[in-house]
Design a protein around this ligand. Structure first.
Ligand code: MOS
Length: 698
């Protein structure tokens, strides 16, 4: 993209002006060092050994021959690893990932469970020895087959109001359908990597993660260390999408660095990432909608089932989106789980909303078809006044404006609603739409802003730029708060020593960090305005937004959006091509239009991938993946990505000091439904199971 070169920014108005990434030059010239690149003297390399059985126990391990191999320094496993404490609830309200509680017992709960770490002088020696390690298992029968039909953990998450059966019986039109989404994986360009060492009595970890303060806190708890004894740094991150928290590789690196008293690096392979860095659970979602003939909903039921491992209860909260989008006299939603002998799923971009919106927004399209009402008009008629479950007012809700603007730009008015009518050679053409929403929250963060004697400023905050452009956004926010040009502001992030801060997650990172930075920067500007000059050591102002965030008024806070897609379907091969997409979002004040647009478009492209390509297939016999690599796991490539446009309507959050809501995840929400609805419009056939593979189209 060459269009959005940065306009010369003035002393004010940086927020809202396109700005190229402040670290962009470092990244494209290779100066930016990632966690697996940084040199250390005496560095040793650890290689994880993962189980080859899906359930059972480790009977024995033949470590002797491996220890005799060239360069091998040690083999860590459940009989010699230090004990760790995993019995706690972390900062994000969840216990640690069980595979991070490494080598604590001989049980194997899934295929690809870490059973040993081989450490050697070089990465190649470590890998060769790890692959040579013979592990004997006592194998037990396993079950990895998800059919979504038998939730076996009582639902912890049910919301019900009204008499569902009575409202369905009184409805003129009823849609009752089950939608399924497959197991999906987030594979950031940069694999998970960590180097740990002891330095001056402190544990120093160079990592690739979504929050250094978070990972440092988890490591301190796991190893029973004083929080001040752990420092985690993560300056550049090549993608994360929910997968980069405290995981087995950091813990392995710390264990080995402690045992050997030298720096140890552990980098994961793509294949390993398929089993120990989380993924999106497959889902099975039943939706029942009941409406009057004019499309007004009387009944809405959304029941979702996802799988989890036997060692951790992870809920993919698909029904959450129904609690925000539409109201009905009877409104029943639940999220339930099935336990299987599989790795533990985790957050993956728009957890809940991404698969949940596929089901809900497909069902809305089916309802529109049955009622003979335009899908946009149907949604406008069902705009709720208040949160359907919470009863709270919305901070802002400009969904209808997104649809109006999107419809105008997409040319929706000319659309013939009848399916299967438009043909262009061997292609059937269709268009579809869907709504999007994602929560817009804020979390406490701390920041420090320093004025230097030379007229420049340094911001320090334990933020994470996982490729989103967060560092640049914070630079613009700080510049405006200081009333200086952004080239006078240097932002340092990715260091837990900067104090607690929100992670890059939940679409809350930039919003939460900007809040803390704006507060400190404004106070600093006021202090400097009083005069007195800047002493050689500088003037520093610190902020902590804990109280301000807690005092936020109780409201339904979300970003919204309208997705549009045009597809062509080859009825002889079953191939679906997306021809164009448009997303119009109401997602708070846009800090940097250049990188925000990339966030939206990136999410929408992932929606293409979700709709048409992505599917991790498990082999029932082995309990492992068929093709745990990016050859077997298909993602949208350049040739699959047509003209994708994203834009927004003005929607500042009235309670945020900068007006931000968050743009990280909403781009994928509704995108797959818009494509599936377009495939129906092209062919007259509903696809309720993703991905819409050629063999399913035929
Ligand atoms: Mo993201 S899935 O909010 O870490």
């Amino acid at each position: 993209m060459t269009t959005a070169t940065a306009k010369a920014t003035t002393a004010q108005g940086s927020v809202g002006t396109a700005h190229t990434r402040v670290e962009g030059r470092d990244k494209v010239t290779g100066t930016a060092r990632y966690a697996g690149d940084l040199p250390f003297t005496e560095l040793a390399y650890g290689w994880l050994v993962l189980s080859t059985v899906a359930r059972g126990r480790i009977r024995s391990m033949e470590t002797g021959p491996v220890l005799a191999m060239p360069g091998v320094l040690t083999v860590l496993h459940h009989q010699n690893a230090p004990r760790i404490d995993s019995d706690y609830i972390g900062r994000l309200g969840v216990p640690p990932d069980p595979s991070a509680a490494l080598f604590q017992h001989d049980r194997v709960p899934h295929l690809g469970w870490p059973v040993a770490l081989v450490v050697a002088e070089t990465s190649e020696q470590a890998r060769e020895a790890a692959e040579a390690l013979v592990v004997h298992y006592e194998e037990k029968p396993h079950d990895t087959a998800f059919d979504g039909e038998r939730p076996d953990v009582p639902s912890q998450d049910t919301e019900e109001k009204g008499d569902l059966e009575a409202e369905l019986a009184a409805s003129a039109v009823v849609v009752d359908a089950r939608y399924t989404t497959p197991e999906e994986h987030h594979h950031p360009m940069e694999p998970h990597a960590a180097t740990a060492r002891w330095e001056g009595g402190r544990l120093d970890v160079v990592d690739s993660d979504q929050g250094t303060a978070w990972v440092a806190e988890e490591l301190a708890k796991l190893f029973s260390l004083e929080p001040s004894a752990v420092r985690v740094r993560s300056e550049h991150v090549g993608g994360a999408f929910g997968s980069k928290g405290a995981r087995a590789h950091q813990v392995a690196a710390v264990m080995a660095a402690t045992a050997l008293q030298r720096p140890v690096r552990v980098v994961l392979t793509r294949r390993q990432m398929f089993s120990i860095t989380g993924y999106r659970s497959p889902t099975s979602q039943r939706i029942r909608l009941g409406a009057d003939a004019d499309g007004r909903l009387r009944a809405l039921e959304h029941r979702s089932v996802n799988l989890t491992s036997t060692v951790f209860e992870f809920v993919e909260p698909c029904a959450g989106v129904s609690r925000v989008m539409y109201d009905a006299a009877a409104h029943h939603t639940s999220n339930e789980v099935v336990r299987l002998d599989v790795p533990t799923p985790t957050w993956m971009r728009a957890p809940g909303e991404a698969p949940g919106s596929f089901a809900l927004e497909s069902a809305l399209d089916e309802l529109a078809e049955r009622c003979g009402i335009d899908p946009i008009e149907l949604r406008v008629r069902n705009e709720p006044e208040l949160g359907p479950v919470s009863g709270l007012p919305f901070s802002t809700r400009r969904l209808t404006d997104c649809f109006r603007e999107g419809a105008r730009r997409f040319g929706w008015a000319e659309r013939d609603p009848r399916p299967g009518l438009r043909r262009e050679g061997r292609w059937l053409l269709g268009t579809g739409t869907a709504a999007a929403s994602f929560p817009s929250g804020a979390a406490p963060s701390t920041a420090a802003v320093t004025a230097q004697a030379d007229g420049t400023f340094t911001v320090r905050i334990a933020a994470a730029d996982i490729g989103t452009g967060a560092r640049t956004a914070i630079t613009l926010v700080a510049a405006d708060a200081l009333e200086v040009a952004p080239d006078r502001v240097r932002v340092r992030i990715g260091d837990s020593d900067f104090g607690p801060a929100m992670i890059a997650g939940g679409s809350m990172g930039t919003r939460s960090w900007s809040w803390a930075v704006a507060v400190a920067a404004r106070e600093l500007r006021e202090r400097l305005a009083l005069g007195g000059g800047v002493p050689p050591e500088g003037v520093t102002v610190r902020s902590d937004t804990s109280e301000a965030v807690r005092a936020l008024a109780q409201k339904e806070r979300h970003s919204f959006g309208a997705q549009f897609a045009e597809v062509a379907v080859d009825v002889t091969t079953g191939e679906v091509r997306v021809r164009r997409m448009l997303g119009i979002f109401a997602a708070g004040r846009i800090v940097n239009p250049l990188t925000a647009r990339s966030q939206f478009i990136g999410g929408m492209i992932w929606g293409i991938s979700m709709a048409l390509h992505e599917e991790a297939v498990r082999d029932r016999a082995s309990g492992g993946h068929v093709g745990a690599d990016l050859a077997g796991y298909h993602v949208a490539t350049q040739a699959d990505v047509p003209l994708v446009e994203a834009d927004w309507v003005d929607d500042p959050d009235p309670d945020d000091p900068v007006g931000i809501k968050g743009v990280g995840e909403i781009g994928i929400v509704g995108a797959a439904a818009a494509i599936a609805n377009a495939v129906w419009h092209a062919t007259g056939v509903r696809h309720r199971s993703l991905p819409i593979r050629p063999d399913r189209v035929l």
